[in-house]
Design a protein around this ligand. Sequence first.
Ligand SMILES: *Cc1c(COP(=O)(O)O)cnc(C)c1O
Length: 360
Amino acid sequence: MKPVYNFSPGPSALPKPVLEKAQKELLNYKGTGMSVMEMSHRSKVFQDIVDSAQELLSELMGIPDNYKILFLQGGATTQFSMVPLNLLRKYKKADYAITGSFAKKAAQEAERYGTVNVVASSADANFSYIPDVESMKASPDSDYFHITTNNTIYGTRFTRLPDTGSVPLVADMSSNILSEVMDVSKFGLIYAGAQKNMAPSGLTVVIIREDLLGNAMDITPTMLNYKIQADANSLYNTPTTFSIYMAKLVFEWLKDLGGVPVIEEINKEKASLLYDCIDNSNIYKGTANPKDRSIMNVTFTLPSEEMTAKFVKEAENNGLVTLKGHRSVGGIRASIYNAMPVKGVKALVAFMKEFEHNNK
Ligand SMILES: *Cc1c(COP(=O)(O)O)cnc(C)c1O
């Protein structure tokens, strides 16, 4: 079979060596005679998986000691409510930068529990850019400041962080966690659905500074209370055991590769191969403001709907799949997360050049 390169925005491609390892261990995990899927989440074997997943993530991201790592469920979308329920501690007010539809959804959910102050928005240009971070000022009476570090649908990312002073910076990092070096100490809380850069869907990773624990509103459901989850080390109830195991394998793979600084270089190389092709073309047009371009989701359009449909179909025949853009942007979106090899991007670029040549 010809190789298939999957450019899906999420759930997305996992590293081949990780899938092969999971396959090898599927029926008999480390001599237990059973699959990780069948194991008690209270067993010693599974506890070891949780512990090493936490240690590996901590090492990869350089997470300081005063942070807790939580393995939760409900996706990034559940964090849209969990964050305000736990963090609207004092003023019941939070700042939000609206840089995409996920950011907008996060702000809308927070409005159910407190006051939302929109510090910046790029809705005026269909979220094709990141507003100047210098102009993003935290309110003095804000409990936290929320950003979306990479905007999956629109193909933009924050290349610098706003300076929020003593107001905790909260980030939805679903689509670029572990893709580039981030200074965790700049954040009060980071959350990410795992299905883009870490594991199969089902797992949500939360990294929270300890002083932010223990202030949940009284109405907060038990399962949505960070303190309860932290005290139980993510085992308050049955966690998404297999996804945690898969995350551990992905973290091991990334560590073996040389860690985040190495994958960041590879990701930048992949992104520039695509952006160079777009910038030197007469039919492809990038949709994101060049200085805010994502290195995870590359978005561009073609001159017509017909040509776009033809592109998607012919790409698929060449083993380049899931390239259709989100309906709110149209065109094409190539999601090139950590698991996408340089080879896959080179194959896409070669196809793009050939397609342009044949469709001038
Ligand atoms: C995919 C995505 C979400 C939604 O994640 P779920 O896990 O499906 O809830 C939220 N924010 C960003 C930035 C995303 O990329």
